[in-house]
Design a protein around this ligand. Sequence first.
Ligand SMILES: Cc1cc2nc3c(=O)[nH]c(=O)nc-3n(C[C@H](O)[C@H](O)[C@H](O)COP(=O)(O)OP(=O)(O)OC[C@H]3O[C@@H](n4cnc5c(N)ncnc54)[C@H](O)[C@@H]3O)c2cc1C
Length: 505
Amino acid sequence: MPETAIVWFRRDLRTHDNEALAAAAEADRLLPVYCVAPRRTGDRSYGGPESFRYRKVGPHRARFRRESLAALRSRLRDAGSDLLIRRGRPAAVLPELAAAAGAETVAFHALPGPEERAISAETVAALRDAGRSTRRFWGRTLHHVADLPTPYTQIDDTFTPFKDRVEADVPIRATLSRPSVPPLPAADDPDVDPAALDPGDLPSVASIGGGDTAGSRDLDDPAADAAGPDDRGVHPFPGGEAAALDRLSAYLWEGDHLREYRETRNGLLGANYSSKFSPWLNEGCLSPRRVHEEVEAYERDRVANDSTYWLRFELRWRDFFQFQVLKHGRQFFAPGGLRRREDVDWRWDPTAFERWAAGETGIPFVDANMRELDATGYLSNRGRQNVASFLTNDLGIDWRRGAAHFETQLVDYDAASNYGNWAYIAGVGNDSRERAFDVLAQARTYDPDAAYVTHWLPELEGLSPEQAHAPWTLSADEQAAHGIELGTDYPRPMIDPTTSGDDPV
Ligand SMILES: Cc1cc2nc3c(=O)[nH]c(=O)nc-3n(C[C@H](O)[C@H](O)[C@H](O)COP(=O)(O)OP(=O)(O)OC[C@H]3O[C@@H](n4cnc5c(N)ncnc54)[C@H](O)[C@@H]3O)c2cc1C
């Protein structure tokens, strides 16, 4: 009797360097499965002290995930298999499918966040109760969790010593090649329920975003499934493994952009100031080890310099946050963060928060970034730092509210990178120094000709760069001359902008 296995895809939507797929592909028959569990992605409560409700997955990430699933399905179909898509909790879906298809074992990748770990634990228990075995793998980071110099529970809580140790002592494992994918169980096998082989429909953007709940304005729109990216954005790329590998090649080899990455990475406009790998890395369409191998090849063939080093450096920041969330679990998401700070009295002011979220603060550099985020789901690192600092340090609003808003909006949301960076900026992460940004000074430095703010705030076009960054300085006559009325065409600032960055928590 042939051995049958299931590979349970989660945030590892790729066939290259996928250890769970490679292991499961040793079976004679294989069912590749993805579970859509809307209950976990729709409108829900944050949890913990002073809980609040927010939407887990917004339209940008839902669209990117749908494209990534479509791409994976298409690749598996080309290999003679399929991606079976099921709705429901993996703990319910997988034992049922295993029984219907006669599968003995389920292979999957572990994820570091507490919610994902709870899902794995529940699923493993349900499969065990159903008499099925499981095989769990780690494939999320550049450095494998088992190769860390200490157990993850003992890793350093500050980045630099962590980075120095892994850089010096931990080799990066080679990528795994794409396995040849075994066929699905035979439809005429008397032991197989034919329903087990039903491929299932690709989920709509609405169902990925938990669109059965209220308030899903953008998701419920039937046009959402076909909607393309906003052409003002800097991340016009679709989801999926092939698009990720194309971008890797285009960024490094065709465009030769890696050569200058360290100088350009604080940019704001255009696709190539940074790699834009993040959404693919986070949905798992791209393996970080694959990026590393390509960078090594680039260093051999073109140039090894500060920029090539720096891309790996940033991937180690990503690793650091993955291992931090694994180590600290729920404390990572607590109001006082890893430092367990109790001296910060985070404010809750819904009106101020809404103005921030809508890009209506009256401070152009903040507003341009928030409008880019809303329209595209992507934001530069410089932009993220500034809007996060404005919300937490200038407005004093609970950092978790801002992080939850990013969770909804970001196309590249990842629990570890998002909450880790927010906590860092808000001064509650272990590695935080004073992270309050003077947003006006930042605007003048990083957007000296105001091209970025006028790109997203066309109402400020025609003003000099200084005026565009500080429109509140326009006299009544200047406003009339430029056809802009403050308070009508563009908001007055909600705080005194010259105090930004002065009063960190
Ligand atoms: C408040 C805030 C929230 C953030 N939320 C997220 C998030 O949810 N998901 C996410 O992937 N990144 C997040 N970042 C980190 C960073 O802004 C993005 O990774 C980066 O802008 C993605 O663009 P890129 O791929 O072109 O980056 P590049 O500059 O090309 O960097 C290459 C890769 O390195 C990693 N990386 C770079 N900077 C960081 C960083 N500071 N922390 C962790 N990894 C990093 C990413 O995987 C990125 O794709 C956040 C940063 C801040 C300040």
